[in-house]
Ligand binder design. Structure first.
Ligand SMILES: [Zn+2]
Length: 479
């Protein structure tokens, strides 16, 4: 089966960016973009991409401005908890959920980072938010990055009415059809519009600093490797620091990136902290509503550094907290917030250049089961890149394993490349590098709806966007 270029441009992929004029959408057969194209098993996979930059833009460096706002999005505890089978109400709230908006501007280009304490940022919800925010603020839809903390003790984002994967429909539809969910989902749109407006109105000159800290004590890769190279799933390790039976530890990046934005008087506007780790320390032991460890660290950082704090989730598909439960949340949040404060103190100033945003939407090859569920063989997946001087943010949809971030960083020409997962869509869900499916383990089962090569296409696309000759830094360094 082959999809024509025109048909693909009319596909749900192009609806991700509702305010994109059709004339600015460039459709290129993927075969021209990937050197391994001859190996493609899926001839209909295309890439839709556009950038908002030109050579002239690059000449005009401008000062950075930043504005932040947040709002409470805690649902009515009568909402059904999707983690329970059959779903039952959450019943109570342990701590509130928030949505946070950071608007960055170089006077010419604006970009929004919108982060919510939810499980995911599905394509339908992302498109709905982008349309509403763009209409209200004039900020282009493609410049609005929406990310979930991957919090399991709160709702999933809205999935829309289109048929999805059978497994997902079964788990999510009953919850999302409930009156408490419907009311909450509509309110989420107006709340997001409101805080982006506020953050936009609060824009002020800002300095950006970057520091790093080690948080490896709390990161556990739940895919330890057997001597034959296959993977064992270890959701809850008995002892996260010891493995038996000849197992080797899976890869972990123990680095926390800490980016602080301060006003001209040196007062903190917002501190971003970026760690790749599932927000699941609470949910296995508690069935009420909580923002899990990222919420607690955020509270502690607000106290330690002033201003606000904003968690950016990394590629955490295989990375979980070393220990679980509320006691663990307190201990890890104490350590992570103390290390973030220390990293902030040691941080170096980043000389930001013009803000540049580019993206591509891929049609990733689906597994046979997913293709049957969806009635099509490609699954939309957006990759976005935001750059400013030596700093690059890459967003990947769904649940990328840590190895995708490492591969992208290795080939990025930027001095500092932060890779975010759970952003701008669900894509194929769990996704690893090619060769992962035969290694096995939970993440490589049908919870990853992409065929084995899907993760390779995400990495290649991210690297291609990062190496865009118009914006990429001249100095070819690594990281
Ligand atoms: Zn997950």
């Amino acid at each position: 089966m082959t999809t024509s270029l025109f048909e693909f441009c009319q596909s749900p992929a192009s609806r991700l960016l509702p305010n994109t004029p059709l004339s600015s959408v460039e459709c290129t057969p993927r075969a021209t973009l990937f050197k391994h194209a001859q190996r493609l098993i899926f001839p209909a996979a295309l890439i839709v991409g556009f950038t908002t930059l030109s050579a002239a833009d690059v000449q005009t460096a401008a000062d950075l401005r930043a504005g932040f706002a947040r709002a409470d999005i805690t649902p009515d505890p009568r909402m059904l908890n999707w983690t329970l089978t059959p779903p039952r109400p959450y019943g109570e709230v342990h701590d509130p959920l928030f949505v946070r908006a950071l608007v960055l501007s170089d006077s010419r280009t604006k970009v929004v980072f919108l982060g919510w304490d939810l499980l995911d940022a599905r394509e339908y919800a992302v498109a709905r938010m982008r349309t509403a925010i763009s209409q209200a603020t004039g900020i282009p839809a493609a410049h609005i990055m929406i990310q979930a903390t991957h919090n399991h003790s709160g709702p999933k984002s809205e999935m829309g009415k289109e048929p999805g994967l059978k497994r997902e429909m079964k788990a999510s539809r009953p919850t999302q059809d409930g009156p408490a969910y419907r009311e909450w989902a509509d309110r989420l749109v107006t709340t997001c519009v409101d805080i982006v407006r506020k953050a936009d109105a609060a824009l002020q000159p800002a300095n950006l600093t970057l520091g790093r800290a080690y948080v490896g004590e709390w990161l556990f890769n739940r895919r330890p490797v057997r001597s034959d190279g296959t993977v064992l799933t270890m959701m809850l390790p008995k002892d996260p620091y010891v493995l038996g039976n000849g197992l080797r530890f899976g890869a972990v990046d123990p680095t926390m990136n800490v980016l602080s934005l301060r006003d001209q008087a040196g007062k903190n506007i917002c501190t971003l902290f970026h760690v790749p780790m599932h927000a699941v320390a609470v949910y296995s032991a508690y069935k009420g509503i909580s923002a899990d460890w990222p919420g607690r660290v955020t509270d502690m950082l607000r106290e330690k550094l002033g201003g606000d704090a904003f968690f950016l989730q990394g590629c955490a598909g295989d990375i979980v907290p070393a220990r679980r439960g509320f006691e663990a949340v307190e201990a890890m949040s104490e350590l992570i917030s103390a290390r973030a404060a220390a990293a902030d103190k040691a941080a170096a100033k980043i000389k930001t250049g013009p803000i540049r945003v580019s993206h591509a939407v891929l049609g990733l090859p689906a597994t046979a089961t997913a293709a049957e569920d969806l009635g099509r063989e490609a699954i939309d997946a957006e990759v976005s890149v935001v750059t400013m001087g030596p700093l690059a943010f890459v967003t990947l949809p769904g649940e990328p394993l840590q190895e995708l971030a490492t591969a992208i960083q290795k080939h990025s020409p930027y001095e500092h490349t932060l890779v975010l997962g759970y952003a701008n869509g669900r894509g194929v869900g769990y996704v690893g590098l090619p060769g992962g499916k035969v290694k096995g383990g939970y993440e490589m089962s049908e919870v990853g709806a992409g065929a084995d090569e899907a993760g390779g296409f995400l990495v290649e696309t991210a690297v291609r966007l990062l190496r865009n000759p118009i914006t990429a830094p001249d100095k070819r360094g690594t990281k």
